[in-house]
Design a protein around this ligand. Sequence first.
Ligand code: ATP
Length: 193
Amino acid sequence: MEIRKLKLSGFKSFVEPAELRIEPGLTGVVGPNGCGKSNLLEAIRWVMGENSPKSMRSGGMEDVIFAGTASRPPRDFAEVVLHAADDEGEALDVTRRIERGAGSAYRVNGNDVRAKDVALTFADAATGAHSPALVSQGKIAQVIAAKPAERRMMLEEAAGIAGLHVRRRDAESKLRSTEKNLERLEDIMSSLD
Ligand code: ATP
């Protein structure tokens, strides 16, 4: 997958709509302290389905919405759009929007989807909110200090098989409910004997 463009509006310090083209090759973000470099990386993780406010350096998820300054009122929503191309070159546009009091909504190529669908799309493409390809401050030290099980998770993400865990959990839960239905059926059948 190739990320080509990022659009932000009302996300953290990006109060005005901002658009960034990401050209092929290595991309560097430079600027003075506090100008919003980390916020950009967080926007990429957020649109990919990040749900931990802590990893967004926020107390709650709504804290990603522009909180206002002495001269500007706060915003009611934040939106991030990621334009990417999948491995076949097909366009993949993912939008996440959060409104105060209304939570997050996701769209893929203009269609409403669940958070889980977005997470699976990126996991299958060996990327996503927890991808080791997104290296934020302190991440290197974290990799060095990681426990073997955590390192295994990083390798699984890199290998593109992380999505299988989600599907396995879904399948196991379907299996459990089918087993319960079978038990109920057996009870009913034995009461009819
Ligand atoms: P450094 O080089 O120091 O790591 P940086 O360029 O990575 O800095 P960020 O940490 O991305 O900068 O941006 C921090 C700025 O974003 C701060 O000025 C902070 O006030 C602002 N900010 C974060 N969340 C919000 C929000 N919800 N509303 C308004 N501004 C915000």
